[in-house]
Each structure stands twice: as C-alpha cells, then as structure tokens.
Design a protein around this ligand. Structure first.
Ligand code: TYD
Length: 211
C-alpha cells in the first residue's frame, strides 16, 4: 500500500506558495497518487470560518487570541482533513502550517516558540510535516508582486509594517536552520516553472528517484 507524505509550503506573503503547492499537487496526482491540496488558515469549513475572523480588519485580535485561533483552525483541519487523508495513505500538500504560527505569532510578535508548540500539541497532536519547502525571495520583488495581487487591499496580517514581516522572514530562516532535515530552502525568484523545477529536484528522493 502506498504511504502518503505530508508536505508543506512556507514563507512570507507573495512568494508564490499557493502556485507551487498546486503545481506539486498536480505532478503527484499525475503519477496516480492520492493527493489532497489544502491551505491554512482554512482547509475545512470550520477552519475557513475561523480564517475569516482572523483576517477581518474590524477585529483587533491580541497576539494570544490570534495564536489560539490559528491553533483552533489547525486542529479542525488536522482532525477533519489532513489526518484522515494521511491515514488513507494520501499525500497532503499544504500551503502554510505550524511553521507560519511559529514565524508570525512567535517571530513577529512576542510569544515563545514553546508556547506555540504547546498549543500545537493540544490542538493537533503535535503533527509535523515530513518536508517543508521554505520559499524565499528578494523583498522588493515580493512587494511588487503583492502590489499587483492585493492592490493595497492586504489582509489584517499581510498589511502589517515591513519590520514585522522582516522579523517573520528571519524567524523562518532560523526555523529552517534549526531543522535542516525537514526544511528545504527554495529560491522563489524566476518564473513559476523555474521554481517548480527546484521543488521537483528536491522531491526526487521522496519519490524514490534517488538524489
Ligand atoms: P495566506 O492566505 O496564506 O496569505 P498569503 O497568500 O498572503 O501568503 O495567510 C493569511 C495570513 O495569515 C498571512 O498573513 C499569514 C498569516 N498566518 C499567520 O499569521 N499564522 C499562521 O499560523 C498562518 C497559517 C497564517
């Protein structure tokens, strides 16, 4: 029986995570594998409702409430979508997961990494991905892409000032350095196809194709 893997894409806003997650999911399904493509915050009806609450600019969630809401959304997502998919032997490709909470709520704000991981233990059995692709790109190129995508209508978290996002980016790099077995750094510059090639090269061992 095939054994599925849990793959996540992480990084700041506008680096192309969603596109890369979709392209990888297409390749995996094209090989006849069972694949679930999903995202956070969201991925189940309950978690999508929490997403709306989290990103709504009318709310001024404190970082603790924010961390709890992300953890609650993730709990529902793991319980009703990711967990069942992995138990079936499907491959799960997820656009953001626990490392986003570690980078944004503990890196951009002042919660500790241990606090975020405790919430993850309570909410989601401390489930960790098998592989995490961390996409990074030049901040100026990202700003141009975001201006085109969001046209000044960024969400409650995306719209935070540049120093916040710089701390988040640094925290992502720190997490990757702390866990080089799980993280793969991907240069997100160039066309989506070029970035996809980088992801596929890194996937080769997982797909039993050698190094
Ligand atoms: P997302 O829709 O993935 O944004 P983008 O496509 O711009 O990358 O995520 C929405 C926002 O939620 C984004 O600003 C990152 C933030 N976020 C956290 O702060 N913590 C988390 O745990 C997750 C999953 C997302």
């Amino acid at each position: 029986m095939s054994s599925g893997r849990f793959i996540t894409f992480e990084g700041g806003e506008g680096v192309g995570k969603s596109t890369q997650a979709r392209m990888l999911a297409d390749v995996l399904s094209g090989r006849g594998l069972g694949v679930v493509l999903t995202r956070e915050p969201g991925g189940t009806p309950g978690a999508e409702s929490i997403r709306e609450l989290l990103l709504d600019k009318r709310h001024d969630w404190d970082v603790r409430a924010e961390a709890l809401l992300f953890a609650a959304a993730r709990s529902d997502h793991v319980e009703h979508a990711i967990g069942p998919a992995l138990n079936r032997g499907d491959w799960v490709v997820c656009d953001r997961f626990i490392d986003s909470s570690r980078a944004y709520q503990a890196g951009g704000d002042d919660l500790s990494d241990d606090a975020i991981l405790s919430l993850h233990t309570i909410g989601s059995y401390a489930l960790m991905p098998d592989v995490t692709f961390l996409l990074y790109a030049d901040p100026e190129a990202v700003a141009a892409r975001l201006a085109e995508r969001d046209g000044g209508n960024s969400d409650r978290i995306g719209g935070r000032p540049a120093p916040y996002h710089a701390r988040v980016a640094q925290r992502f790099r720190d997490l990757a350095a702390m866990d080089p077995e799980r993280f793969v750094l991907i240069d997100a510059s160039g066309t989506p196809e070029a970035v996809h090639e980088r992801v596929l090269r890194a996937m080769a061992p997982l797909l039993g194709e050698g190094g």
